[in-house]
Design a protein around this ligand. Sequence first.
Ligand SMILES: [Zn+2]
Length: 472
Amino acid sequence: MSSSMNIHLLGHIHRIGRKARSLNTLFTIDKSEFMGIGTLGVRSWVCAWIIRGSAGFYAGQPPLNRVAFQRHSSEVMNRHLNDPETRFLVFKDGKPLMKKDESGSILFLTKNQLGDDELGKEFGVAPSDASSETKKYYETSRLPHTQPPLVFLGIDDRQSPTTNSSSKVDHLNPQGPAYFALDAQGDTLNWDELLERENGEWGDARSSGNNMSPWDAGVYAQGRALVDWNARNKFCPACGSPTYSLWAGWKRNCLSSVQPIEGKEPCFSTKGLHNFAYPRTDPVIIMGILDSTGEKMLLGRQKSWPKGMYSCLAGFIEPGETFEDATRREVLEEAGIEVGPVRYSSSQPWPFPSNLMVGTFGRAKDGQTIRLDLDNELEDAQWFPKSLLQSIISSPSGSTFSKKDYKQLDDKAQSHHDQESSAALAPSEKKPDELVAKEGELGLSRVPPSTAIAGQLIRQWARGELDLVSKL
Ligand SMILES: [Zn+2]
């Protein structure tokens, strides 16, 4: 997607024959992009996706080297598994194992600390008499299937030069500790002992993540999404039989392909193109919509949000939509505003459980009136002038939220719709006691901090840093 966008944009640059530096120029040259507005959908809402650290938070930056091609090899995976330097990130009910009394510090375990019982069996290989067709069903498999999910995450090759070069990291042959994620489901008796011994505790999924270092957060986000996906896909969607893990946790397959299931015909999912299930990533669009002058931004709020908080509009991308179409549809549904040109800005993983936030900027067409009655998901939406947002983002309390604010959002996090709402706040850089949010003009007193993609979009524009052509 990004490469096609780059090509697309390069075309624009070629057409205008110079580097356009203002947003107005960008939008002016792009009349061809005034395509139709997407059809009205059902789910849409305003939300703010907030992270701590840089825009790459939950993406790791630099990320683990995933060496995906190694996942096929049981031999290589078992070598990593048995390496005393290998680190294991453990989850229980989606909660990460953290160091006790050390906020934001993951307790990575070694095999020696874990013990064989908790880790389970090595990754399996096909029976020696298996046909070449059958062997693929055993590639780095985890059988018996009842063992807790174990997922290979990658190798930390940040520091270790390879033997091929004394100064450069060879990313194709990375050296450094391997990382796995393990789901500590089932009997907790041994885990209780282990926690006591290693001084660990099960952290809260969201607040623990928000307090991690950016690099740890990337490992955490990847591990949590994969462990969660494995845990949610225990049964074959085609026949209802159990599934098992293969490719070191990156695929699941119907158990009937490796062992007969009593009373059941061989599952059709084991044949053809639909024989495996893969991890999913659900894209959510989040957008900074500007008026035709480029001097005002459209922000909204839900009734359940903390007082005075407004953020960018957002919603799930639906099947068959481009980023641009989803941006236009959501803004029309939420605020009754038609949007013309749209440009991709940046993205952030959000592992609760498996979202990818896709940030865009768009420009509204002239002469429209905001209306909230189409899907009634917003309490309010308004055009906010740049000067007001500049004063809010420069104010110490302009992006400060208390524990009560987070709880207010988390309490709403029961439905699909509110999944995003609960992500609207993350711990700010300020202490909770420092919370002050005075009502300002238009009822807006707070926006997401710069550690959120919504906060990034707002600040980029308010500070005059919006320069999409040169950035892309
Ligand atoms: Zn099946």
